[in-house]
Design a protein around this ligand. Structure first.
Ligand code: ZN
Length: 322
């Protein structure tokens, strides 16, 4: 961990989310130590006037010296700003967690657990677990459906053939190709993306996410894969298909270049930063790329978008302060 010399807290802006840049020095200025990070979470969950979970009165919560807890001004009830968050009961310091979020969000393609391990001096296992936890925040579930011009496509992920595969013969190669996970995505032209790992390329797997994530009033663009044949008739305002099987890729506004661009970004990114990703975590990486893609025009740094999503459970519970 690079040294994080304490600086005057007076320079901390009251509303950090209005910052347009999140530089390393700005990070150190805002979060010089664990206390500053805890204070940030306290302001987020228990700012002045928040109802005390125990007595129900609007309260001010005061820091309890030497503990990561605050107490209600009326009944003395202890509240723990990290309770129920991804930071709860971690052996990693709160500042290192925040620094992990900073590192993950300050590069265009993300960084790997290996890099995090080197940067902050935790074990690989810890770094891996931290990233896994941070990634759980990067989901756009619950956002409104995609609308306008929406391109939809699916793509097999990974499964690069090696010499050793070729030696094992055709049946083995077929089995390996069939075992590849399928990544499905829908992209608004000039807008947002939704992406899912789906079971296979059957209609039963491809159609549900379309109905879930794409507004019926959309104009839908796909290739000529048979599963997409009925979309226009079934639900959507219109459906245009590009004849990929005849090696046609663009015909006026009929193409799926945007969604293919997203797949390219995702696959290259994963290959470049993480080298390979196990199928088990593929959805989490897909969520990370979706999150980045959907914020590519945001003025607000992604660092704040991620911290914004730190949640505590609706029911405040009281962990022991150990
Ligand atoms: Zn109280």
């Amino acid at each position: 961990m690079p040294s994080m010399a304490a600086r005057s807290r007076d320079s901390v802006a009251p509303s950090p989310s209005s910052e347009s840049q999140m530089t390393y020095s700005r990070f150190l200025e805002l979060f010089p130590d664990n206390d500053a990070c805890l204070e940030y979470l306290k302001e987020k969950f228990y700012s002045d006037g928040t109802e005390c979970p125990k007595c129900g009165k609007a309260s001010k919560f005061h820091r309890i010296k030497g503990r990561s807890a605050y107490s209600c001004q009326w009944c003395g009830n202890h509240v723990y700003p990290t309770a129920g968050t991804i930071f709860h009961k971690s052996t990693v310091s709160l500042q290192l967690w925040f620094f992990g979020v900073y590192l993950m969000t300050s590069t265009r393609c993300g960084i790997s657990a290996k890099q995090l391990e080197r940067e902050i001096g935790v074990t690989y296992k810890t770094a891996h677990r931290m990233f896994k936890q941070i990634r759980t925040l990067l989901t756009d579930e619950g956002e409104s459906q995609l609308a306008g011009d929406v391109e939809i496509d699916e793509s097999a992920y990974g499964g690069k053939l090696r010499e050793s595969d070729r030696r094992k013969g055709r049946a083995h190669i077929r089995a390996k190709m069939n075992a590849r996970p399928t990544v499905w995505a829908a992209v608004e032209r000039g807008g947002r993306v939704r992406a899912k790992v789906i079971k296979d390329r059957t209609a039963a797997a491809i159609e549900p996410p379309i109905y879930e994530y794409v507004l019926p009033a959309s104009m839908v663009y796909t290739d000529d894969f048979p599963v997409y044949t009925h979309l226009g008739r079934l639900l959507y305002r219109g459906h245009k298909r590009i004849n990929h099987s005849a090696k046609v890729y663009v015909e006026g506004d009929v193409h799926t270049q945007t969604v293919e661009g997203f797949f390219g970004l995702f696959k290259n990114g994963v290959r470049g930063v993480y080298h390979s990703v196990s199928t088990r975590y593929l959805q989490n990486y897909l969520d990370e790329y979706t999150f980045r893609y959907n914020r590519r025009f945001d003025a607000k740094p992604m660092f704040w978008s991620v911290l914004d999503r730190v949640q505590k459970p609706a029911l405040a519970f009281q962990p022991t302060d150990s």
